[in-house]
Design a protein around this ligand. Structure first.
Ligand code: 3YP
Ligand code: ZN
Length: 372
C-alpha cells in the first residue's frame, strides 16, 4: 500500500492580492489592504508540516503537469478557458467570474497545473502506482461550474480529473465526496445529468453559494438521485460528521459501487475556520478518512483520491491535513494535534437532535439509491 502526495511550489504563487478578505481594498469604503482569505499560507504551511513531521518520506511524490485545453474543456466551456487565459496575460491578472476570486498575472498556468495535478493523482491511483493519493493543489475547484469560476475557484479540478478518467477509459463509475464546509455546486453541476457519477456534498446549510445545496437538489433525468446534499446546521461538530458518514456517505457509496472515490477535501469545517461555523477537528477528519478507506477497500481495492479545496485557518489546517495523510498512508508521525484538547472540549461536539433530523432526511436519500 502506497500513498501519493502531490504539491508544487507554484501553488503557493497563485496571487489573490491584497484584498480585504473578500473584497478589493478600497480606502473610500473603509477597506484597508490586507490579504485575501484564500491566500497561500494554509496550504504552504500544510506542506511544511508534511515535510517537517517526516511524513513526506513515507509518501510517493507525484508531480503535476498542466491540464490541456482539451482536458479542461471536458468540463468547461471553451469561452471560460479562453477568458481566464486572456485575463491571465494582463499585467495584473483578472477574476475567475464572481468578483470574489482574483488571480494574478500568470494565474491561468497555475490553475491549469492544479487541474492537471488532480488528473495526475487520479491516474496514479487508477494505474495502481499508489493505493490512494492527496493532491495539495491551489487554486481550489469545487465551486467552478462549466460556465464560470467562482468562490475562489477557477477550474473544477476534481471534475476535470473525473472526466479524464472516463474519457480515457480508466474508470466509468465514480463517486465524489465533498467535505468542504461549502456546497460543492460546481462538481454537482458538472455531473447533474450523469448517472455514472455520484456526488455527495456535506456542507454547512446555506453558507456559499447562497441558496445552494438543499436536500431537494438530487440530480436530473437518468441521474435523478445521484446528487446527495447534506446541509448541516451551523455548530455541527465531530459527532454530526461521524453520523453523516456512517449513515449517509458510506451507505450511498455501498449502494452506488464506484471504481474510485474522489474527495473534495476542504478543512473549512474546522473549529478554527473564519469562514464558517462548524467544529471539526483534525482527529475528526482522520476518522472520516478511515471510514472512506474502509468503504473504498470493500468497493474498489482502496482507490481513493483527495483534492485540496478550502480551509482558512493557517494555524489549524496543517494539523487537519497531517491527520488525513497519516490515515491514508497508515503511518503515524507521533505529532499530536495540540489544539485537540481545546476544540474537542467545545460543547455540542456530540450529535444534536436538530442535526440528526437533517441526517435522517439525507439517509433516506442514500436508502433510495440502494433500492433504485
Ligand atoms: C466564497 C465567498 C464567501 C465564502 C467563500 C467560500 C470559499 C470556499 O472555501 N469554498 O469552498
Ligand atoms: Zn470551502
Amino acid at each position: 500500500m502506497a500513498t501519493g502526495y502531490l504539491w508544487h511550489e507554484l501553488f503557493g504563487w497563485h496571487d489573490t492580492g491584497t484584498n480585504t478578505g473578500l473584497f478589493g481594498s478600497n480606502p473610500a469604503a473603509g477597506l484597508q489592504p490586507l490579504q485575501h482569505f484564500e491566500n497561500a499560507e494554509t496550504k504552504t504551511r500544510m506542506n511544511s508540516l508534511v515535510g517537517a513531521s517526516g511524513l513526506l518520506e513515507h509518501l510517493v511524490p507525484l508531480a503535476p503537469r498542466p491540464a490541456t485545453d482539451e482536458e479542461l474543456q471536458r468540463v468547461h466551456r471553451a469561452a471560460h478557458v479562453q477568458r481566464i487565459r486572456e485575463e491571465s496575460a494582463l499585467p495584473k491578472g483578472g477574476d475567475a467570474g464572481d468578483g470574489l476570486s482574483p488571480f494574478g498575472h500568470g494565474g491561468f498556468e497555475i490553475a491549469a497545473l492544479a487541474a492537471g495535478g488532480a488528473i495526475v493523482a487520479a491516474e496514479a491511483v487508477m494505474s495502481g502506482q499508489v493505493t490512494n493519493a492527496y493532491a495539495l493543489i491551489r487554486p481550489p475547484g469545487h465551486h467552478a461550474t462549466p460556465e464560470t469560476g467562482m468562490g475562489f475557484c477557477i477550474f473544477s479540478n476534481l471534475a476535470v480529473a473525473a472526466r479524464h478518467l472516463q474519457a480515457t477509459g480508466q474508470a466509468s463509475r465514480i463517486a465524489v465526496v465533498d467535505w468542504d464546509v461549502h456546497h460543492g455546486n460546481g462538481t454537482q453541476a458538472t455531473f447533474w445529468e450523469d448517472p455514472e457519477v455520484l456526488t455527495i456534498s456535506v456542507h454547512q446549510d446555506n453558507v456559499f453559494p447562497p441558496d445552494s445545496g438543499a436536500l431537494d437538489e438530487q440530480g436530473a433525468g437518468a441521474a435523478a438521485g445521484t446528487a446527495i446534499n447534506v446541509p448541516l446546521p451551523a455548530g455541527s461538530g465531530v459527532g454530526a460528521y461521524l453520523d453523516v458518514f456512517t449513515r449517509v456517505v458510506v451507505p450511498a457509496l455501498d449502494a452506488f459501487g464506484p471504481e474510485i472515490v474522489l474527495v473534495a477535501s476542504g478543512f473549512d469545517a474546522s473549529a478554527a475556520d473564519p469562514l464558517a461555523r462548524q467544529m471539526m477537528t483534525a482527529n475528526g477528519y482522520r476518522q472520516l478518512t478511515e471510514l472512506l478507506m474502509d468503504a473504498a477497500n470493500r468497493l474498489c481495492d482502496g482507490r481513493l483520491m483527495m483534492t485540496h479545496e478550502g480551509g482558512y485557518s493557517p494555524a489549524y489546517v496543517p494539523f487537519c491535513g497531517l491527520a488525513v495523510l497519516e490515515a491514508l498512508s497508515g503511518h503515524q508521525t507521533g505529532i499530536e494535534d495540540p489544539f485537540d484538547p481545546i476544540f474537542s472540549g467545545f460543547a455540542g461536539q456530540e450529535l444534536q437532535p436538530h442535526q440528526a433530523e437533517v441526517i435522517d432526511a439525507a439517509a433516506a436519500l442514500a436508502q433510495q439509491l440502494a433500492t433504485d
